[in-house]
Ligand binder design. Sequence first.
Ligand code: C5P
Length: 232
Amino acid sequence: MEKPLILALDFSSIEKTLEVLDKLDPVSCRVKVGKQLFVSQGQRAVKKIQELGFEIFLDLKFHDIPNTVKEACLAAADLGVWMVNIHASGGRAMLEAASDAYAKLNEAPLLIGVTVLTSLSEEHFDELGYSGNLTSAVERLAVLSCSSGLDGVVCSPKELKLLSRVISEDFLYVTPGIRFDGEDAHDQSRIATPQSALAEGADYLVMGRSILESEDPSTRVFSINSLAKNNK
Ligand code: C5P
């Protein structure tokens, strides 16, 4: 996969966002607008980033009743974003409402299901009281996303091998929880290096702090693209 990097623009200010983007080229990466930037700056941020030529993954992780999620996904499509995500745990009716709505559009964003957040460990997951362990929940939610017509899932790089065994369809794997060797994991629990995520079949790597807090973000972007090329 060329250009696998999705840079998480986890900022509240548009100035800081534009300062970072000024050093990057839309040819070398895509970007993610999540709750922090969208709630702080709204559609204005989306438009400004698009004007610079970057494709946007709108990471608002919708989770609500089917009609509300469908309408929110359609509103996201109107913004012209490249990728949108919804929580797979919202259930089949919610997932199908969104994917059926996108199937009727001429040009729709990619629709991605969130399985289990990469910040959750097995221990955190047990506390939630779902049946089975975390890995089996990821598997169930990914299979459900696929059979509900979604284009792919967000999962941990640790789950890629398992999912590629149980899902034979063309399906996209978007993996946060990426850290270079020896880096601080921060609040992430199920992490892996970019090398191993790409080798195990990740299509897109969502990376924030490891790039944004580095001395030279554009060199890091370049190194991810080189890894992806060598992995082909
Ligand atoms: O800084 P870091 O690389 O940990 O950022 C990861 C980004 O990916 C954050 O913006 C976070 O919201 C997002 N994300 C995640 N886990 C998911 C979905 C999205 O960490 N399951």
